[in-house]
Design a protein around this ligand. Structure first.
Ligand code: SF4
Ligand code: SF4
Length: 244
């Protein structure tokens, strides 16, 4: 089974299970601790696979982006979409700069949550209605952005992703590129939803990488790109195609 199909099966199963869990369980402190502990262990062993393969919010934002692409292809919307795409091309440099700075926001959020935990959530309560409204506006803005931008939630908001990105630095697994096999086609860079320049990395150590392995899946050359881990059983590389 190829990487894309396996990833979709895992994501679909987790999404359905999460919906079932939300409707049927009231998560308690112990459940949350076990969940967070498991995510931490998975991340130490297999880098950020939680983000790329498991997280149901990431899956929802993938679906939102897919919907965005479909809406853009509706005949009456196509002309506006073309103008929009042209505008993006013309302002690419400026937009990349904004994207770069916005990505720091999730770390701010992560630190804010940490201090709130230490203060016994007192600071969240102090914010009152104002705070809840701000969170709601932020969520709506992120969902709208999700129609145009791949994984807007993961890039700009998710504090769990921010934390796991830091943990990934000491993970025993990462994506690695074999310079001898690589034909420098740049496909891996083009498909990366987190805009990582994979084609110019030997190992992907970027804190934003979500280990969804779209790059490994899209690479047209056997053994050029692989997900390497010190546990050989979990190493993944593209198979079944001829070297080009
Ligand atoms: S580098 Fe590869 S695994 Fe990491 S986010 Fe980009 S496509 Fe996904
Ligand atoms: S897709 Fe594969 S062959 Fe192409 S640049 Fe990336 S690693 Fe090299």
């Amino acid at each position: 089974m190829n990487i894309k199909v396996s990833r979709r099966i895992v994501k679909g199963f987790v999404l359905l299970f999460s919906l079932y869990a939300i409707l049927n369980f009231a998560p308690n402190k112990h459940f949350m601790l076990i969940l967070l502990g498991s995510i931490l262990i998975i991340s130490l062993l297999l880098n950020t696979v939680f983000c790329g393969w498991i997280c149901p919010i990431g899956t929802l934002f993938d679906l939102i982006r897919e919907a965005g692409k479909k809406i853009g292809n509706i005949p009456v919307i196509q002309p506006t979409n073309k103008v929009f795409k042209k505008w993006i091309k013309q302002n690419k440099k400026r937009l990349l700069k904004i994207d770069h700075y916005l990505r720091y926001f999730r770390y701010v959020l992560f630190l804010w949550i940490l201090q709130s935990i230490f203060l016994g959530l007192a600071s969240i309560k102090e914010e009152g209605e104002h705070g809840i409204l701000s969170v709601l506006y932020l969520l709506i803005a992120t969902i709208i952005a999700g129609f145009f931008i791949e994984r807007s939630w993961c890039k700009y908001i998710c504090p769990v992703g921010a934390f796991l990105g830091i943990v990934s630095k000491i993970s025993i697994s990462r994506i690695s590129r074999n310079e001898e096999a690589c034909i420098k086609c740049n496909i891996c860079t083009k498909v990366c939803p987190m805009n990582i320049d994979v084609a110019n990395r030997i190992t992907v150590k970027d804190i934003d990488c979500q280990s969804g392995l779209k790059c490994v899946d899209a690479c047209p050359v056997d053994n050029a790109l692989s997900f390497k881990t010190e546990i050989p059983l979990f190493s993944l590389k593209k198979q079944g195609k001829q070297n080009k």
